[in-house]
Design a protein around this ligand. Sequence first.
Ligand SMILES: [Zn+2]
Length: 50
Amino acid sequence: MGIHVHVRLSQGLSVSAEGELIEHSRCRCGATFTKEFDAEAGKPEGPAPS
Ligand SMILES: [Zn+2]
């Protein structure tokens, strides 16, 4: 079979130890993907943890 374009079906979200948001996705072919979101970038204004 030829090359296909992976379809990223969302499997849910988790948060890493560093506080980054991780999106888990997988294609029906079995390939899996993770995408990290920088929590700092999307965080609304507020008191800094340190
Ligand atoms: Zn695929």
